[in-house]
Design a protein around this ligand. Structure first.
Ligand SMILES: [Zn+2]
Length: 219
């Protein structure tokens, strides 16, 4: 059996988890999905966090999502002190968190453990996806040294995010995770979507030999 750990059961995590569960079933792949989130369902989430209903407002996202998908719930905050326990046994990690600090933490903890990571993000009209094979392909910190200075880029809560774009990026994350599980990952390419213009622009990315996260991770 394979294990996929999803960080964040929000706008990206909901469609990613649903698509990954269905894709595994369709392919006959035995998959344990672990859903990590310490947040509770808010009424403002419902337009894009498609696993939840108004009757579930106030309940832990991880528990509700896991119950509906036959997954394992971890109502926990993902940080340096919990990473080892939450990532134990993972064959692939999906990052659907909604802020820069959490994304770099996911990158660093996955890279340190040499776990393949599927990074997804959506903000405003733009979405992006990157599959990272630690020690082999570029990680998030190869591209960006770290989170942007506070206030320089609006957060999801301020800029908003287009609901259909979450579905698109979430489904792409599930497809990328399935490719990792099947040994056919398409890593080293940053996929970028512009939902306003309806364009997709892949960008080949290279490892930074001096990367603080993966520079010393051997291939
Ligand atoms: Zn790196």
């Amino acid at each position: 059996m394979k294990t996929a750990v999803l960080l964040g059961a929000g706008g990206l995590g909901c469609p990613a988890a649903l698509a990954l569960r269905d894709e595994a079933r369709a392919r006959g792949l035995s998959l344990q999905l672990v859903i990590v989130d310490d947040d509770r369902i808010d009424g403002s989430n419902l337009s894009r966090q498609i696993l939840y209903t108004a009757a579930e407002v106030g309940l832990p996202k991880a528990e509700v999502a896991a119950r509906k998908l036959g997954a394992v719930a971890r109502v926990a905050r993902f940080d340096a002190s919990t990473a080892a326990a939450l990532l134990a046994g993972a064959d692939v990690v999906l990052d659907g968190t909604d802020n820069f600090e959490a994304r770099f933490r996911a990158n660093d903890e996955a890279v340190a453990r040499r776990l393949p990571l599927v990074h997804g993000a959506a903000l405003g009209w733009t979405g992006q996806l990157l599959t990272i094979l630690p020690g082999r392909t570029a990680c998030l910190r190869c591209l960006f040294e770290g989170p942007p200075p506070e206030g320089s880029v609006p957060a999801c809560a301020e800029a908003g995010v287009l609901s259909p774009l979450c579905g698109l990026v979430g489904a792409a994350m599930a497809r990328a995770a399935m490719q990792v599980l099947l040994g056919a990952a398409e890593a080293g390419v940053l996929s970028r979507w512009d939902a306003l213009r309806g364009t997709e622009r892949p960008l080949a990315v290279k490892r930074d030999p001096s990367c603080a996260a993966c520079g010393r991770v051997a291939s």
